[in-house]
Design a protein around this ligand. Structure first.
Ligand code: NAD
Ligand code: ZN
Length: 375
């Protein structure tokens, strides 16, 4: 006997924008921490160690009578270090275990994309998933990763090798967090906005061009506008793109990312994700000109915007070779394919706001572009 039944699931991806999330009168966070019955719900908070919020978080929860903050917010080291050290996963599980959280409890992660990926993974695997709320604190995580549905940590020296797809219970984007970011991190999220505009929305792309002088100065209002629009595009793609859990081989939101992931690894994560994506996009634009997919004037226009926003479009690491004299960066293509599974699928941009998928990259053309892009 064969049994075959369809199981239909429906999720709501709840992304809120606010300012001053832990001000006593701000109800955004409390309103997403819903309780199913009269019981008091446990809340465990993990926080990026670059943020000083402990007192306001504790005061906020003292005023919430249906929620119990089981312990002071637990700090985790911000940045890629968080994802490179498996013992952090175990320490999060340990806290969940010791404070006896259940599947109706909440785990809140406050931090950059690295902390969100780490805590999201631990939350998705403890008790087979504990309700998880993300509070992204960087431009990159508020506009891209933090509003996505993936989590993960690095393993075997490979980015995001372990992870899950898990739609968070809610995401609260507090734009005030962006104010304390170092310049480099403020800038980082802009490239994901450029990326999503290039593949989806010419009007948004031109708006970024118009705002470029203010964005280059890292003006707060301009950053907030572009990050919010970027978040809306990322969420829209996930909700309507037909493949939220990436069963297929295409991953348009990873335009420019095959080289970027490898470059981050080759630089030992000294080049940040955003900086690597800028270089990855530059490589794919130059490659597209080389194979006559994109006209040179448009490519130069986009490269000029990327530079005007303060990103480099090349790096010495592109030149790194292995013992056999092979360019290391080229291994990024195969690693990208392996990570996605199935056929190699690379998204390229033939026109502003449009994308195409290709299944092979002409290695002579890639090599030519790489040697022309040397820093
Ligand atoms: N899950 C996804 O879909 C997805 C998508 C894109 C990127 N990512 C991942 O996100 C990570 C990058 O995240 P990121 O760019 O947000 O940076 P990050 O998490 O590496 O943080 C960068 C630095 O900023 C600090 N920081 C964070 N918020 C701060 C604040 N408000 N004020 C001062 N300092 C602050 C952190 O401590 C860290 O030192 C990468 O690991 C990347 O792979 C995940
Ligand atoms: Zn990215």
């Amino acid at each position: 006997m064969d049994i075959r039944r369809d199981i239909t699931l429906s999720y709501t991806h709840d992304v809120r924008f606010t300012q001053g999330a832990f001000a006593p009168a701000n109800e955004t966070l409390a309103s997403v921490l819903t309780t199913d019955n009269e019981d008091i719900v446990k809340v465990l908070v993990f926080i990026d160690d670059q943020l000083e919020l402990n007192t306001s978080v504790q005061k906020y929860f003292e005023a919430q009578h249906s929620l119990e903050l089981v312990t002071a917010p637990i700090p985790l080291p911000g940045g890629e270090a968080a994802k490179n050290d498996w013992t952090h996963v175990e320490s999060i599980w340990r806290a969940v275990h010791d404070h006896r959280l259940c599947r109706h409890s909440y785990i809140i992660a406050i931090g950059g994309g690295a902390i969100l990926d780490l805590v999201g993974f631990a939350a998705a695997t403890a008790h087979r998933v504990i309700r998880h709320v993300r509070m992204p604190t960087t431009t990159l995580s508020q506009g891209d990763g933090g509003v996505g549905v993936k989590n993960g940590v690095n393993f075997f020296s490979k980015k995001n090798w372990v992870g899950t797809f898990a739609i968070p219970h809610a995401v609260v984007n507090d734009t005030d967090f962006l104010k304390t970011l170092p310049e480099r991190e403020k800038r980082a999220g802009l490239i994901e906005a450029v990326k999503v505009a290039l593949i989806r929305d010419r009007v948004f792309y031109e708006r970024i061009e118009k705002l470029a002088p203010a964005l280059a100065r890292l003006n707060h209002e301009a950053l907030v506008e572009v990050v919010a629009q970027s978040a809306a595009h990322h969420v829209d793609h996930i909700a309507t793109g037909g493949d939220p859990f990436e069963y297929g081989s295409a991953r348009p939101l990873d335009f420019g990312h095959w080289a970027a992931h490898k470059l981050e690894q080759l630089s030992n994560f000294k080049i940040t994700h955003g900086e690597a994506v800028a270089i990855g996009i530059a490589i794919d634009l130059r490659y597209s000109v080389e194979i006559a997919l994109l006209d040179k004037a448009t490519a130069n226009r986009i490269l000029a915007l990327i530079s005007n926003l303060g990103f480099a479009t090349s790096a010495p690491e592109l030149d790194a070779k292995d013992d056999q004299g092979q360019l290391e960066i080229l291994k990024g293509l195969e690693e990208f394919r392996e990570h996605l599974g199935g056929e190699l699928t690379i998204t390229l941009v033939p026109k502003l706001g449009e994308k195409v998928e290709v299944h092979e990259m002409d290695s002579a053309a890639v090599r030519k572009v790489l040697s022309a892009s040397k820093a």
